[in-house]
Design a protein around this ligand. Structure first.
Ligand SMILES: *Cc1c(COP(=O)(O)O)cnc(C)c1O
Length: 406
């Protein structure tokens, strides 16, 4: 059974104080906290079998290689990829997207078009702009409405036989909007375009099935699902990964090297040049185990309760405006808001003095802020280890901050 008090005991950091108050951590969309089960795996790795992988004949290297490849298999099973070599370890979502953008440099031609949504994180905008500069392809934007929801019918006007790629996040980090990715994938496939889904915000809340989605690329970061920073993954359909050129050259990614000609290794090694984040990869696998031990249905139900609870209380505050879907079934446990014309930074600073961590600013999504004509928002994002008592405390502290700033 889901018991938040027991779950909280797994997270040592939740016991600490900030500025003399118990920490209330509501910045989970930026990074999640790490349970003891994952910390133990990291300590065990460096205490007992730290070694370089895929190279040594000695026992430590073999143990590290086995653990790393088992983690890849865990990730494959979690996302239901067909083959484990369709899972590429990267340093995170940003790195995964850059890998695909670079891989497409030799595939795109100058008349081609690529489509991104208006709801994207900068890491799902800038690499594509750079790709367009390199190839002469054109970037088009799928617009959104006042509720921060994509105007999905517009996609029909944007798609054509020139469209080669479509990029959308599964869930918006700035507003929490859940995008209709299945519809987007189906429409894009009808014109022969490949689709990349940025799953950085969905993986903490739902368990995607890449075969059922029939998605071409799916990416995420371990640190948003209770794993360490500096590691993430790219799922890619084998046929695409085979077509793409490697992004980085070096050790581990080659078959034969001479000064005349080098041939590349097979998947997944072709895209994993150099010594990877071995410990990070193994801990990523442990984080997936941890999330599954809580259960994604439990996570979704409980976080939904927190979302309703917090939204109701916040909407009672005079002058408070929440950005994003009004219909709570269209979003996850992210609340992005402003209070009258008080600067988000001022509220965030006062909340920090009271031990409460929220995010303020543009959330790496300036085009969304421009759309609403605001400099930024305050963003409270909840994870399954947050409680209603914390939300009460957050709302009370927010009211206090507003009074101080009025
Ligand atoms: C966090 C995030 C990213 C970037 O992830 P990194 O781990 O910083 O590479 C990209 N897209 C979305 C939607 C995110 O939430």
């Amino acid at each position: 059974m889901f018991n938040v008090d027991n779950i909280r005991k797994d997270f040592p950091i939740l016991q600490r104080e900030v500025n003399g108050r118990p920490l209330i951590y509501l910045d989970n969309a930026a990074t999640s906290q790490t349970p003891q089960q994952v910390i133990d795996v990291i300590v065990d790795y460096y205490s007992n079998y730290n070694a370089n992988i895929h190279r040594g004949v000695h026992s430590l290297s073999q143990e590290a290689t086995d653990a790393y490849e088992q983690a890849r298999e865990k990730i494959r099973a979690h996302f239901n990829a067909k083959k484990s070599h369709e899972i590429i370890f990267t340093s995170g979502t940003t790195d995964s997207i850059n890998l695909v953008a670079n891989g497409f440099s030799s595939i795109l031609e100058s008349e081609d078009e690529i489509i991104v949504s208006a709801l994207e994180h900068h890491s799902n905008i800038v690499p594509w702009q750079m790709l367009c500069e390199r190839t002469g392809a054109r970037l088009k934007v799928l617009p959104m409405d006042e509720n921060g929801e994509l105007l999905i019918d517009e996609l029909d006007n944007l798609l054509s036989n020139k469209t080669k790629l479509v990029f959308v996040n599964h869930i918006s980090n700035a507003l929490g909007t859940i995008n209709p990715i299945k519809t987007i994938i189906d429409k894009a496939h009808k014109v022969g375009a490949a689709v990349l889904i940025d799953g950085a915000q969905s993986c903490p809340h739902i368990k995607p099935d890449v075969q059922d989605l029939d998605v071409d690329f799916y990416v995420c970061s371990a640190h948003k699902i209770c794993g360490p920073t500096g590691v993430g993954m790219l799922y890619g359909k084998e046929e695409w990964l085979n077509k793409m050129e490697p992004y980085r050259g070096g050790g581990e990614m080659i078959d034969q090297v001479s000064f005349e000609k080098t041939t590349y290794a097979g998947l997944p090694h072709k895209f994993e040049a150099g010594t990877p984040n071995v410990c990070g990869g193994i801990a990523f696998g442990a984080a997936i185990d941890y999330m599954n031990s809580i259960g994604f249905d439990n996570i979704a139900n409980y976080e939904n309760e927190l979302l309703h609870y917090a939204t109701e209380q916040l909407l009672e505050i005079e002058g408070l405006k929440i950005y994003g879907p009004k219909e709570l079934t269209h979003k996850t446990s992210v609340i992005s808001f402003n209070v009258r014309n008080i600067h988000p930074y001022d509220i965030g600073t006062l909340l920090d003095k009271m031990g409460i961590a929220v995010r303020t600013g543009h959330h790496c999504a300036q085009p969304i802020m421009d759309f609403f004509k605001i400099p930024g928002t305050i963003r409270a994002s909840f994870m399954f280890y947050n409680t209603k008592e914390e939300i009460d405390q957050f709302v009370a502290s927010l009211k206090k901050s507003i009074l101080m700033l009025s």
